[in-house]
Write a protein that binds this ligand. Sequence first.
Ligand code: BT5
Length: 254
Amino acid sequence: MEIPRAPLEPAAVAAAVATAGGGWQVRFHAEAPSTNALAAAEPVAPAVVVADHQTAGRGRLDRTWQSPPGTSLTFSAVVDPGLPDAEWPLLPLASAVAVAEGIAAVTGLDPVLKWPNDVLLGPRGGKVAGILLERVAAARPLAIIGIGINVAMAAEELPVPTATSLAIEGAAVDRAAVLGAVLAALRAQLALLRSDRRALLAAYRGACGTVGREVRVELPDGAVLEGLAESVDDHGRLVVGGAAVGAGDVVHAR
Ligand code: BT5
């Protein structure tokens, strides 16, 4: 399959963001260290910071996010979520639903979520997208929703063996189109979270493949929890063997 490798054009990015609605201000960079870092340095909302190529992408817990030039969509949406602090833990879940929905809209593929916010695709359950949510203090607290999507990587370009890309799973699509679809879905899911938290949780549970599986959870303090993932509770926590977990790295057992 021919994998498109066109540069991301600023005009195409602006058009895609405009079609998503919501009046996002666009900041486009041909190359940037990390769109989350740029967004945090100048936090205004609603805004979207897009990099054609990201050279020092960040994952959670000081990990890195790697994307060979021309193959990935890397951007940060800056929003004022208008939520009480207690509901901020649901933002990563709403963002994951939006990324899955945006990918599905453009590709027809059906991503599955791994709690809390990995987006998986294909028979091996490869990671096709990652989300890094950060909070910055402005006049009101703003959420920086950093999203990396593997669009056009060939198998030999994958940074880690657990990754996959839209192209590998059969969808040769344009990066700007994915951006527009994900932003439109993000707007909708954030509105749903504000208006009807239960409906957002239902959407998340419907897309999440973690519940019902045996999992291994590495907790932030280094402890490990193993057992059946029973549910996602109303606070967005994963319940494993009766214990509710608010943060951690999950491995789905085979
Ligand atoms: C994430 O972290 O999955 C969040 C990634 C967020 C990236 C976006 S890009 C735009 C914005 N600006 C930034 O600087 N970051 C955000 P985590 O769950 O910690 O996963 C990181 C791990 O995923 C790494 O340690 C690798 O094992 C793996 N990894 C790195 N690059 C990958 C890729 N392109 N595809 C799949 N897995 C990858």
